[in-house]
Design a protein around this ligand. Structure first.
Ligand code: MIC
Ligand code: SF4
Length: 753
């Protein structure tokens, strides 16, 4: 069965006409990203006038994907709109709430028990609103989308920052907050600031230990965690065509770590082969018939500097494997330099655990290459020196890997195989070999390695690499091992060199188990009951936020002035807090508990201006809320990088934080704050960050004439009686100002319905 094949057929039927019209209007060759965006406009608008990086445009995505940790809030918001079915095909995937500990089967059984209430809620809302529901154990959202739903030339949004994974299959896929998904589910347009375009030409061919993961590890190093902000990265060149579709998906997945809006590859043979191997021959054929409309125009690729805002070239033949980390995914270190880097920085080099899989790297190709390293190592009598954990991305991948003998091989080597879910990638990991605050090193093939992310321990040094490199390093048990040159001693005392990995892009074995993990929406909705108990600790119905009042923006204390990196993991930690993703009041107790207070360099310790005592951030925020005082949050650059979780924006709103003022924002987080009615401001002079003092009371003025492009004033009333006024900038357009005035985008939708 091919999901939504009718919709896909009609999409390809109308595509040539649409592209022809766009070309006529634009009068110039187009990138693939432009073709996709312009063919998905919500309203016909003068496309030739759209300014990249400046204008907001409304789009009409073809599909929406949500995962369980973000879907709860998205669906609670959808329920508030009182719609009774979704306007665009959508799915929910249960992947984030399964803790990895013993192994797939046992862990899944406990998750089903622990999360019963949430799974039942999600399943019933899905049934009621016509949303496809993928049960726990089915796989990680992005892998399931790639295997079942993505189609070249399509546009989708997903409530998870790694939604761009589908770009490996030629679909433009963008991560958003739940409120954005609600807009589209209720039939409205989806608003995005029209992106800029980064062109990356790949030449040559990968060889030896180098893998698609190393391409994106290198690029993340080049662009840094904010270099891709507001841009779509488009790949092309013979090197791009030489990669498997799943290898391309790995690159698009981790493009999120550069802050990029999305990443994409054009349709080619490897994409067509993947579609066929996953049972979608008809989609492969339809796409082949529209090939020219599913890649950038040849003139663009021949003259990339002219058409892209930034342009880079990477020669794959020269590419060395990378290890990125610790604590940030953009610290890219070629494997040959790790000895020197680790020594210079005093990093712990013994690897406690190696983990492979996740939504970034669990394709058949990844698993087969890692398995080839294991196979050869075992025959050379090597033993794993680190704990080794495998996390398949989906049941399809697990089942095929099992039939191909890979799972048996992993087990023979002593590896644990966890459930097809996020697990340790998002702190859902009960570690057996580490507890408390012990300094230790892990290496994984995931995408993010922010402090505390995998196991809650700030002293875990997490490094990111390809699955085959993680496997090799787990045999060495040493971060500085370079499999290209170094030798290892085997169990018989002999010196051995690890063989280069070998793998296949696609399995020869076919898969037929699909539907067991999938629930169709109900045909008789009257029988579906959606239950949210008022006593629940995990779910809470939402109450609308209050409308804007000018006087609330005067005399506001600084709740926290965050120092340095402040990702969504610092703002609203995952791990054990994932259980409160459907309960705004309970999850607000983690607000900013990972951020560093710039006034004392401490985590989760800020002054309460009412009592003059230090306390935890959520307690101080609650004290202000109870006293009916609004507060402000100050931050530095790329504030809110990382996840799409809108809890990071709903929590401050719930706790009465009126404005977040920073040096710069990450895209999804800024939109999430705007949607919830929080004022998002940036300093017009970055140096003004230093003017803000611990006991300041802040006024934001000019809100009566709040208008696009017009700066606002911020007066800092210092404790010594002096005050100073600085200019702050906002990026709100007219509609976003309406959201703000209404108290939230949801209030605005309700008013306009
Ligand atoms: C992540 O990788 O950080 C997550 C967990 O998948 C998040 C979503 C979430 O916080 O629920 C993301 O990437 O958007
Ligand atoms: Fe899950 Fe990790 Fe992928 Fe996020 S990055 S979707 S937590 S596997």
């Amino acid at each position: 069965m091919i999901f939504d094949i009718e919709i896909i057929r009609s999409f390809y039927q109308t595509l040539p006409r649409k592209i022809k019209e766009i070309k006529k209007l634009m009068e110039r060759p187009l990138t693939l990203s432009e073709k996709i965006l312009f063919s998905h406009l919500y309203k016909i608008s003068p496309v030739s006038k759209v300014r990249r990086g400046t204008d907001y445009v409304d789009f009409k995505p073809d599909r929406i994907a949500m995962q369980d940790a973000t879907a709860q809030m998205a669906l609670l918001q959808l329920m508030v709109t009182e719609k009774n079915h979704v306007s665009v095909p959508a799915t929910v995937h249960c992947d984030h709430l399964i803790t990895g500990q013993i192994g797939a089967e046992a862990d899944l059984i406990s998750a089903l028990e622990i999360n019963k209430e949430v799974y039942q809620f999600l399943a019933s809302v899905c049934s009621k609103f016509d949303i496809g529901f993928w049960k726990p154990g089915a796989g990680i959202i992005h892998q399931v989308i790639l295997e079942n739903y993505a189609f070249p030339g399509g546009l989708m949004i997903g409530t998870d920052s790694h939604t761009p994974t589908a770009g490996g299959l030629g679909m433009l896929a963008i991560g958003v907050g739940g409120a954005d998904a609600v807009d589209v589910m209720t039939g409205m347009g989806w608003e995005l600031r029209f992106p800029e375009f980064i062109g990356i030409k790949l030449t040559g061919r990968l060889n030896g230990w180098a893998s698609p993961k190393d391409i994106i590890l290198k690029i993340t190093g080049m662009l840094t965690v904010k270099g891709g902000t507001g841009a779509v990265i488009e790949y092309f060149g013979e090197g791009a065509e030489s990669l498997s579709c799943t290898g391309k998906a790995t690159i698009c997945n981790m493009g999120a770590e550069t802050g990029a809006t999305s990443s994409i590859f054009g349709f080619d043979k490897s994409i067509s082969d993947y579609l066929s191997a996953t049972g979608r021959n008809e989609v492969a054929e339809l796409a082949s018939n529209n090939r020219d409309d599913l890649t950038g125009d040849p003139e663009v690729y021949a003259n990339p500097e002219k058409y892209f805002d930034q342009y880079y070239e990477i020669d794959l033949s020269e590419l060395e494997p990378y290890i990125n980390g610790p604590f940030t995914p953009d610290r890219a270190i070629p494997v040959s330099q790790m000895k020197e880097e680790a020594r210079r920085n005093g990093w712990p080099v013994r690897i406690d655990t190696g983990l492979i899989g996740s939504c970034t790297n669990s394709s058949y190709e990844d698993i087969s290459r890692a398995a080839s390293v294991i196979k050869k190592a075992l025959s050379d009598k090597l033993v794993l020196r680190s704990e080794f954990i495998v996390i398949p991305g989906s049941e399809r991948i697990r089942a095929i890997s099992e039939s191909a003998g890979f799972v048996g091989l992993f087990r023979k080597a002593g590896a644990k195989v966890f459930a097809n879910a996020c697990g340790p990638c998002i702190g859902q990991w009960n570690r057996s070999n580490n507890s408390g605050l012990k300094v230790n090193t892990i290496i994984h093939s995931f995408n993010r390695n922010f402090s505390k992310r995998a196991d809650g321990n700030p002293n875990t040094y997490a490094f990111v690499a390809s699955p085959e490199l993680v496997t090799a390093l787990s045999f060495a048990g040493d971060l500085t091992f370079n499999p290209l040159n170094d030798l290892i001693v085997n169990s018989e005392g002999k010196i051995v060199k690890l063989a280069e990995p070998e793998g296949q892009a696609l399995p020869i074995i076919s898969y037929s188990g699909l539907m067991a993990d999938y629930q169709e929406p109900s045909s008789d909705k009257s029988k579906v009951e959606v239950r949210v108990s008022p006593d629940s600790e995990r779910l809470q119905l939402l109450k609308p936020f209050r409308e804007f009042r000018e006087q609330d923006f005067l005399n506001m204390p600084v709740l926290i002035k965050a120092k340095g990196k402040c990702t969504t993991d610092h703002i609203s930690m995952a791990g054990e807090w994932l259980k409160y993703r459907g309960h705004l009041e309970n999850i607000s107790e983690n607000y900013m508990t990972g951020a560093v207070n710039s006034f004392n360099d401490k985590i989760n310790l800020v002054i309460n201006q009412l009592t003059k005592k230090y306390d935890h951030v959520p307690s101080v925020a609650r004290a202000y809320k109870t006293a009916r005082i609004g507060s402000v949050v100050i931050g530095e650059e790329n504030f809110g990088e990382g996840s799409s979780r809108e809890h990071a924006a709903m929590e401050p709103r719930f706790l009465n934080v009126k404005a977040v003022i920073v040096k710069s924002f990450a895209r999804i987080h800024e939109t999430n704050l705007k949607k919830q009615g929080v004022l998002t401001l940036t300093f017009s002079d970055m140096g003004d960050y230093d003017r803000i003092l611990e006991n300041d009371r802040i006024d934001v003025t000019g809100l009566k004439d709040f208008a696009p492009g017009k700066p606002l004033n911020m007066t800092l009333n210092h404790a010594d009686g002096k005050s100073e006024t600085i200019k702050v900038i906002h990026s709100c357009n007219e509609v976003q100002i309406e959201w703000f005035k209404s108290g939230s985008a949801l209030n605005f939708i309700r008013k306009s319905m």
